[in-house]
Design a protein around this ligand. Structure first.
Ligand code: FE
Length: 208
């Protein structure tokens, strides 16, 4: 099947980290680009529902760690499928260091990190686009960067959905990536999982 036009754009994957009131947090984003040089400027787009977004808006600083093809699915589960408002994503996690700005960056399943300071931002309906000046950068490994397509094909691990043993005939749609349950006969074609952000194609119809 032909890809939708917007799906032909190439996206990378990044762990976006921030720190506020001695609390470390992070999320996964797929949009980070260098957009100017001398001085070096990057742009990132961050979903407004994420707590990392609010922390960056308040502090004006962040790090991005570039996810490599060696990354485990567990990295995505840790930083992508839970919210820093409820869970400490760094709890029990040791693969990180701090850059000079005091913010963490990820040292496993990544190949580089960048520290940046926000100089401008634009608010859209769903995302804030932050323009930021690069203040520090470093290499972590020589592994190739993971694209969003690579993640979809090689990293994500859909699970088999188990229907109830004694179904009551109720139709639901279960996300094969994170287990989120959508109640309803039909799943909208453009549905995106509110937890892990995977598309309708990653849902399975189950009779419960
Ligand atoms: Fe999901």
């Amino acid at each position: 099947m032909e890809k939708k036009v917007l799906e032909k754009l190439v996206y990378g994957l990044f762990v976006l980290t921030a720190r506020m009131d001695d609390y470390d947090n992070g999320c996964i984003i797929n949009t980070a680009q260098q957009v100017a040089f001398n001085p070096d400027i990057i742009c990132i787009a961050v979903n407004k529902s994420s707590y990392t977004h609010d922390m960056i808006l308040a502090t004006g600083t962040f790090n991005i760690s570039v996810i490599s093809e060696q990354a485990d699915f567990a990295l995505f589960q840790r930083f992508g499928y839970q919210t820093g408002r409820e869970a400490d994503k760094f709890n029990g996690f040791t693969a990180w260091k701090r850059s000079d700005n005091g913010i963490t960056y990820i040292t496993q399943g990544t190949n580089a990190y960048i520290s940046a300071k926000v100089i401008h931002y634009v608010s859209t309906n769903t995302h804030t686009i932050f323009m930021a000046r690069i203040e520090e950068e470093g290499h972590i490994s020589g592994e190739p960067s993971a694209t969003y397509d690579f993640y979809q094909q090689k990293i994500k691990q859909p699970v088999e959905v188990q229907p109830k043993t004694e179904p009551e005939g109720k139709i639901v749609w279960v996300c094969k990536i994170c287990g989120y349950v959508y109640e309803g006969e039909e799943l909208p074609e453009d549905f995106v999982c509110p937890i892990c952000k995977h598309p309708a194609a990653d849902f399975e119809k189950v009779i419960n």
